[in-house]
Design a protein around this ligand. Structure first.
Ligand SMILES: Cc1cc2nc3c(=O)[nH]c(=O)nc-3n(C[C@H](O)[C@H](O)[C@H](O)COP(=O)(O)OP(=O)(O)OC[C@H]3O[C@@H](n4cnc5c(N)ncnc54)[C@H](O)[C@@H]3O)c2cc1C
Ligand code: FES
Ligand code: FES
Length: 1340
């Protein structure tokens, strides 16, 4: 059949695409079917609140609410989707609501946005619009339900739903607690007491007062507006042709078959079947398809049909809809077992991806990905365990086969369509009337870095078993079972048939279980190349053990026989069995987070400084109106750049070309070092510069080699992907490790002023020691910034050879200088403007410069604006991140744990250029001095290697030093078999040792608050009592162990001079400029407070009025020079001091400021923390139960902002110590490329109870209005997570030792950073289950 005939069968083509965005009608007659909704919204509309954070469904920054009319039921469905994966053509007839549509500055903000602001739930703000839309959708949907009317002012949402509404959204700044609180304010069952610190009410206010102070919410107005005109557009099916591309929405199987036949003869790549298109999040689109076939309008594929025999689900039914159907049960009633199985399937599906992915992801798409591409599917595993059938259609041939067969077949051809599945309704095989007592058990499992989803599992499993109580032996017999496993590095989910056969008709006992587990070990074997294979196999064992062992009532009976009789005793009422089951239960929390305490002490001395006023601009961040660099509309003729980077660590670059046969679209040119007129400088610091592009020699994998410039960002990215570099590696030997660097003496020089001094006499200290640990080693890896906004810049050529560059930068001044040098033009020809940055954490300092410089270079050469938004993968590859290092230490100590001498040899991997790495020794030693080591000697080498240069990342060197200190303390405690806490206590500084270690920066004796904080925390958080309770818990629980730790930190702060400018305009309004950049840390807010305070001193009016009249404006390097770096946690303080001086002596401006600030250098600050964790010994999963931080902020400039900084930094530290792996291949090329593999903390991985107290330690004449920093130090406190996990593991190893699984040295072990699930499980014993069973058998 010819193409023409086919098209007629798919109805009229060339319809227009009609939809609405925030009430605005859009009608398109042409659209490239590969365009995503995000691309359209960001490039064709004014709605920029949808942010591109990952482009793969993993971050939630792009979430929108999609409203769809269902003509059949005459109702509108509202649900969130990720606009980065949703294809534009698939929104025909839909209404889209972005954060601007939820509320905005012109029409009025929505209470969600106001409450986010008042609860300090927005810092950099890049995640905030997505968060608000996620919550908005939850509100709209809860309020549509027929639940009882909520209390006035609340919605029908529950606390648990409120928390989960943002579970798929990532935030790198806040630590989630304030976001969760803002969400919970809407929940009808919220206890107002549980809501955290906010700017609406004061401590002690009654619930009524609190409610009255919240921006009001009226649930009757919550319904999302769906525009009538769209109802008419709600066509069934929609087809469009555009520039040789087609979008088809067939409305019958016949039409689909014709379309598929039309593609006959092709290799299948020109045509793509789509439903939700979420598969693209995993399998990135590298080819351009000409035809898209949307399956969502084919009735057979959309059915959900239930009868006594089971549930039929069409292939294009979304996972969310499937969950609903499975939970609902059946009007005619499924039997009890059937319902139980369906409910458990639904529960498991709720942990797949996140709500906004499940809302568009189809069940069929998932199974097809599992079948064709070996996707590690959850759905395949759970459905396999319940004998699901699938219907497929190939050409005219329709087949109904088992899911097992479907998965085992060779990858289906592209024209095969999955029609649907049928899940049988399970019931007991045995006849109830035969007086036997039989029960159907069903359970599903998954072990993943994030407990409630948005992370692929290391392994998943589902077990169905029919068990009976055996009359003769009083044991439990297993009649039959189905055991499915998947996602462990297997081609597809499998049934462990041998184990099933072995177990069937067996009386369960320890021996049987042991044999079954042995068999299972040989069935679940990950394929070569899978990460952590032994861990994954051990998970399979752990889960089976968890499923079956509670049923083993009487471990004494090892005999195995078939039961021939059953009685109807109360099988599962047996309390012992229940108790057995309970010991495996994850700690059951009805909500993700329990109430937390934030204690802050407010002072009015410098009013409004010290007030918890809301962050400047937080509401416009929440509505998405805040403008980030990539939100600036593209000037005319704007081009886009993408970096081509090296994949070799050291090689001569012979040439660059595009893959043979490829002709990338829209490419204008390639820019390389040859196009540089000035110096080849991409970034610079006081320690030197880094080339913008590799010249003849590339010095690391990830180094920039060229910039491809194209008409769109998508085309530039695609072209960069197609680049092939010709290398010559002859006679070049890269340095890829610090050991290599040491051998080849490849080091960066550390200037004398940054070379820290040794303390005391090491040899003498060692001589005094009773015990020594010699040459112990620790290795630490890197961490990626994961700012939500990746690196970005826009360069616009101006008259007379000038260049204006909008950059997302923490130090525009240095970017300015690099640009001028690279372009070979005077500094006054360049202007760098930075308004706000979507998260920096150090990564937008040096690493942002090459992005601005490359755009400027391209713009200069091409005489047109050039912009770049670096994609997440490239950003991760180039970022460098935190410094990895190798530490070797010798430590001497007394029998009571007092350390007398410590020597450290540290090799820091700085990468290919110096960046800021020479400051590392200084930073590290400052932090290491938190304990009195007696004598402290060190040799720190900053190694030059062929890896991307490492840069500053929040608390650079300091967080590692904090870890090293604790690791040494732990080692000493283990060696002496002492409690770690007592070793910590005995090594805390007294004032005299503090003076010895810190010299003048030790401050006055009275300022040394650490010992008092240390004791205060022990009392306020009942440390000793909790330690006792924890010991009891560990005694009673075999498979869960808890650990607790209390750690101190000390943080030397440095202040740098920063400029400020305060102008009073004719109308009395005030404009403030500061050198510091607003990164989300609340700098502008503090600056406003300080300006208001200072101006009020010179009688300029009331401070509240002043705050209203004031605007802090974007940084502009020609307006305010020498802005410096926004880093080191103290830029807010410096900027505040600068504006204070401006206000006091408006004419004198900066004179004298520098000297003043230099004098203020070097004060130190203290914090301490107690942390309690629970480790699941079967999976290695750690839950942080409670954190109690006491933080000395001096006198906080704004306690709300500081609280946010403390929590946010701490959670970033949790990421470093528990979750974030930043691996590279053997060439040093980063292989973690996005949200699939790089796991930052989410709302379900933060402490369940997160208590923070900001201690107001009063005056300090050398600090700015007595404030101490809050941006970085708390990150170091997160080391306590590691210490507490270690304590729990120690308990587990002690137990394993008692089972004969470990030798006497079990208490001395290294816990890697990050302590991921595989790492923890390995230390707890990969074979702990087998050991336990052997031990149990041996005892009989
Ligand atoms: C961020 C994220 C996290 C995820 N986490 C998990 C997880 O933890 N566990 C898990 O199991 N899954 C997970 N997934 C996978 C998700 O379930 C699938 O992407 C989704 O179900 C695919 O459905 P879709 O409708 O979007 O398919 P599409 O993307 O539209 O299609 C996927 C593929 O299947 C083909 N296809 C679709 N339907 C049919 C059909 N009926 N017949 C023939 N071919 C068809 C398409 O041509 C395409 O090749 C995750 C996905 C994302 C984006
Ligand atoms: S950008 Fe869409 S989910 Fe991250
Ligand atoms: S505020 Fe959430 S990412 Fe910055």
């Amino acid at each position: 059949m010819g193409e023409q005939t086919q098209i007629t069968t798919t109805k009229k083509i060339e319809q227009t695409l009609v939809f609405a965005v925030n009430g605005q009608r859009f009608e398109l007659s042409q659209a490239d079917p590969s365009t995503t909704l995000l691309e359209f919204l960001r490039s064709q509309t004014s709605f920029k609140s949808v942010k591109l954070g990952c482009g793969e469904g993993g971050c939630g920054a792009c979430v929108v609410l999609l409203s769809k009319y269902d003509p059949k039921h005459d109702k509108v469905e509202d649900f969130t989707v990720s606009s980065c994966l949703t294809l534009l053509c698939s929104v025909n007839g839909c209404s889209i609501t972005t954060a601007e549509g939820v509320g905005n500055s012109k029409d009025g903000f929505h209470p969600i946005q106001e409450r986010f602001s008042g609860f300090h739930a927005s810092q950099c703000g890049y995640c905030t619009p997505g968060m608000c839309v996620s919550l908005y959708s939850a509100l709209v949907n809860a309020d549509k339900t027929d639940r009882p009317e909520p209390r006035p002012g609340f919605s029908k949402l529950t606390v648990s739903e409120a928390e989960k509404s943002i579970a798929g959204n990532l935030c790198r700044c806040t630590g989630y607690r304030p976001i969760a609180d803002a969400c919970k304010t809407f929940a009808t069952d919220v206890d107002m007491e549980d809501l955290g610190f906010n700017s609406f009410w004061k401590k002690g206010d009654t619930d009524e007062v609190k409610l009255s102070r919240l921006p009001p919410y009226n649930q009757n107005n919550a319904t999302c507006m769906f525009h009538e005109f769209l109802k008419k557009e709600a066509k069934v099916g929609f087809n469009m042709a555009s520039e040789g591309c087609h979008w088809y929405s067939p409305i019958s199987l016949e039409q689909l078959q014709s379309l598929l036949q039309m593609d006959e003869g092709n290799d299948g790549t020109s045509m793509k079947i789509v439903v939700g298109n979420t598969g693209m999040g995993y399998y990135k689109e590298l080819v351009h398809h000409k035809k898209y076939i949307d399956l969502r309008y084919i009735p057979e594929l959309s059915i959900i049909k239930k009868d006594q025999t089971g549930i039929e689900i069409g292939a294009s039914v979304t996972i969310s809809k499937a969950i609903e159907a499975l939970k609902e049960g059946n009007e005619d009633g499924f039997n009890q077992e059937g319902n139980m199985v369906f409910k458990k399937l639904a529960d498991h599906m709720e942990r797949i991806a996140s709500g906004f992915v499940r809302n568009s992801a189809s069940v069929g798409g998932n199974l097809i990905m599992a079948q064709r591409k070996h996707f590690p599917s959850d759905i395949a595993t759970i459905l396999l365990s319940v004998d699901t059938m699938v219907d497929i259609l190939t050409g005219q041939r329709q087949e109904s086969i088992t899911l097992e067969e479907f998965l085992a077949r060779p990858p289906l051809v592209s024209k095969t369509v999955l029609l649907g599945i049928k899940i049988p309704c399970w019931k007991l095989c045995r006849d109830i009337s035969s007086k036997t007592y039989t029960k159907l058990l069903y359970e599903t499992y998954r072990a993943a870095p994030r407990p409630i989803g948005n992370a692929l599992p290391y392994l998943n499993a589902a077990f169905l078993a029919e068990v009976s109580l055996c009359k003769t032996s009083a044991g439990i017999a297993l009649n039959n079972c189905r055991l499915a496993f998947g996602a462990y590095g297997t081609k597809h989910s499998i049934r462990a048939r041998k184990v099933e056969e072995f177990l069937s008709v067996k009386l369960l006992n320890v021996g049987v279980l042991y044999e079954a587990i042995k068999l299972l070990e040989s069935s679940v074997i990950p394929e070569d190349g899978t990460s952590s294979p032994a861990y994954r196999s051990s998970l399979a064992v752990g889960f089976l053990f968890e499923f079956l062992s509670p049923l083993i009532n009487n471990p004494a009976d090892i005999s195995s026989f078939s039961c021939d009789g059953y009685n109807s005793a109360l099988l599962f009422n047996d309390s012992k069995i229940k108790q057995n089951f309970d010991q495996f239960d994850q700690i059951k929390f009805s909500t993700l987070l329990s109430s937390a305490k934030q204690v802050v002490q407010l002072t009015e001395e410098y009013y409004p400084v010290g007030e918890p006023i809301t962050k400047t601009g937080a509401t416009i961040q929440a509505s998405g109106e805040a403008v980030y660099v990539d939100d600036i509309s593209s000037p005319r003729n704007c081009l886009h750049g993408a970096f081509i980077y090296s994949t070799e660590p050291l090689a001569r670059v012979k040439g660059i070309k595009f893959k043979p046969g490829s002709s990338p679209d829209g490419v204008t040119t390639l820019i390389s070092f040859k196009d540089i007129r000035g110096e080849n400088i991409g970034a610079q610091t006081i320690f030197g510069s880094e080339p913008l592009f590799a010249d003849e020699l590339t010095e690391c994998a990830g180094q920039r080699i060229a910039l491809v410039v194209a008409d769109t960002q998508k085309n530039a990215d695609m072209a960069a992907n197609l680049a092939v570099i010709d290398y010559d590696k002859e006679n070049l030997e890269p340095i890829l490790s610090v050991e290599d660097a040491f051998e080849r003496s490849s080091f960066f020089e550390v200037p004398p002023f940054l070379d820290p001094e040794q303390v005391g006499d090491f040899s003498k200290g060692m001589a005094e020691a009773d015990h020594k640990i010699l040459s112990a080693e620790i290795k630490l890896g890197s961490q990626y910034y994961f700012y939500m906004e990746t690196q970005t810049a826009l360069a616009v050529p101006d008259e007379d050879n000038c260049m204006v560059v909008y950059s997302s930068s923490q130090c525009p001044e240095f970017a300015h200088d690099s640009i001028a040098k690279c372009l070979g033009i005077p500094g006054h020809n360049v202007r760098v403007i930075t308004r706000r940055v979507g998260g920096g954490f150090g990564g937008k300092a040096i690493k942002a410069m090459p992005v601005s410089t490359a755009c400027a270079l391209a713009a200069y050469k091409l005489h047109c604006p050039v912009r770049m938004y670096v994609n997440r993968k490239t950003d991760m590859i180039m970022a460098g991140g935190r410094h990895p290092m190798k530490i070797t230490y010798n430590v001497g100590f007394k029998t009571n744990g007092k350390i007398t001498a410590l020597k450290l040899d540290i090799l820091i991997d700085a990468g290919m250029s110096a960046d800021i790495s020479p400051v590392m020794p200084h930073n590290m030693i400052g932090s290491l001095k938190k304990y009195n080591w007696g004598a402290l000697a060190f040799d720190i080498k900053v190694c030059k290697t062929n890896r991307p240069s490492r840069s500053a990342m929040r608390a650079p060197g300091e967080v590692q030093a904090s870890f090293i200190s604790e690791a040494i303390i732990e080692h000493v405690a283990s060696a002496l078999a002492l409690e770690v806490d007592s070793v910590r206590s005995i090594n805390l500084h007294k004032y005299d040792s503090l003076e010895l270690f810190f010299k003048t920066s030790a401050g006055e004796p009275l300022e040394y608050t650490l010992p008092s904080i240390w004791d205060k925390l022990a009392t306020s958080s009942s440390f000793y009592h909790r330690t006792e309770k924890l010991k009891e818990f560990n005694r009673c629980n075999k498979w869960r162990k808890r650990g607790i730790s209390r750690v101190p930190i000390v943080h030397p702060v440095m202040l740098r001079a920063t400029p400020g400018k305060v102008s009073i305009l004719r109308d009395g309004s005030i404009v403030v400029e500061v050198g510091g950049i607003e990164l989300g840390q609340g700098l502008w807010t503090k600056v406003k407070q300080m300006t208001a305070y200072a101006l009020s001193l010179i009688q300029c009016g009331g401070t509240e009025e002043l705050l209203e009249k004031m605007r802090v404006i974007q940084a502009d390097t020609l307006s305010l020079i020498q802005g410096g770096f926004t880093s080191g946690s103290t830029t807010s303080e410096s900027s505040c001091e600068a504006v204070r001086l401006c206000c006091n002596i408006l004419v004198e401006r900066l004179t004298g400021l520098k000297e003043r600030l230099v004098e203020q250098m070097g004060s130190i600050k203290w914090e301490t923390l107690i942390l309690q964790v629970e480790v699941n010994l079967l999976t290695g999963q750690t839950t942080i139960l409670q954190t109690d931080i006491i933080y000395d902020c001096g006198q906080s400039l704004n306690p709300a902002v500081d609280l946010g900084q403390i929590e946010g930094a701490f959670v970033q530290g949790i990421g470093f110590f528990m979750l974030e792996e930043y691996p590279t291949n053997s060439k040093g090329l980063v292989v973690a490329e996005g949200t699939w593999t790089y796991k930052i903390p989410t709302v379900d991985t933060i402490p369940k109870k997160f208590n923070v107290e900001i201690l107001n330690s009063g005056h300090h004449k050398k600090r700015i209005l007595s404030s101490k920093a809050s941006g970085e130090p708390p990150l170091k406190l997160a080391v306590s997570v590691h210490c507490a996990i270690r304590a729990a593991i120690k308990e587990a190893r002690q137990q394993l030792h008692s089972w004969g699984g470990l030798d006497e040295s079990h208490s001395v072990f290294q816990l890697e950073v990050p302590a991921t699930m595989p790492v923890v499980k390995e230390l707890c014993g990969l074979d702990s289950v087998q050991r336990f069973l052997q031990w149990t058998i041996g005892r009989k």
